[in-house]
Design a binder for this molecule. Sequence first.
Ligand code: NAD
Length: 318
Amino acid sequence: MHIAITGGGGFLGQRVARRLAAEGHLGGRPVSGLTLFDIDRPPVPEAPFPVASIAGDVAELPEAAIPPGTDVVLHLAAVVSAAAEADYELGRRVNLRGTDAVVDACRRLARPPRVVFTSSVASFSASRSEIIGAATRQVPANSYGAQKAAAELILADATRRGFLDAVTLRLPTVCIRPGRPNKAASSFVSSILREPLNGEAAELPVADNFCLWIASPAQATDWLLHACSMDSSAMGLDRSVNPPGLTVTVGEMLAALEAAKPGAATLVRRVAAPQIEAIVATWPARFDPARALSLGFAPHGTLDALVGEFIAGTRAVP
Ligand SMILES: NC(=O)c1ccc[n+]([C@@H]2O[C@H](COP(=O)([O-])OP(=O)(O)OC[C@H]3O[C@@H](n4cnc5c(N)ncnc54)[C@H](O)[C@@H]3O)[C@@H](O)[C@H]2O)c1
């Protein structure tokens, strides 16, 4: 089977690519080829199958990005939350028109491919205590969330029309993200663990009792791969899933940090960042995982395991 990844040079795109390269199969079927597409040519993992690396703009998607014969598209290219809020035109073009372009590319294929799309916790707004169920209405409180929710509907309709077979994962905040802070409003969620574990200071823009919905990079990658090959027939018209993420407070995260590396939590400095707080304060943190579990998405491990995964340099195979 041939797999194409938009945003293939990004954090999750690269992790999925490396997993496919290491395993050589997906859902029990051998992978025959992989196409990675991003603004800059994505790094190519060593793989037992050909890997194409293509640069371009997802809103002007070249045909080679989703070539004839593609069976699975992971549509991960996006302008992330704070960047989409700061630049309305850019977010709308990439997050909305980019999704339109993926739908059009899929319509040109002989067989409708599985399309795995990454929506976000940011497509909801709710009180901190509300439990989001499978049927909770999305009322986004930022442009990124609105663009993701709109893209979900476009993909669900394209599925109904038989152009493609979409499975959308509304991902929690993925942490601990390696590297440096990015332009996501949730960037601090990784920073407050990653920087102290690396012996560096980090800034915390929310209170210690602030509740978050998170997932480890390995768990998010597992869910994405499951979404690529699962039987989607039980989903009906609703092609979106809230995966079984982990609900934690910042205080619990700092306690897990302290347990893993005593003294590290003292490197976390409380700061005022009203713009960030205004975005993340609207994101719900409690979700009912029943539908995701019934669709075969694995439950999340513990917070200590999430910290341990980062310390161990993540899993041997990402
Ligand atoms: N990581 C998280 O915590 C998280 C949470 C919820 C949802 N998501 C979603 O998951 C997906 C992957 O997230 P990630 O963490 O890997 O993000 P990322 O920023 O690392 O990757 C996104 C990629 O999209 C590419 N991109 C942006 N504009 C583009 C354009 N015009 N044309 C082509 N490529 C373009 C970027 O260059 C980047 O490599 C995104 O859709 C994101 O919105 C991520």
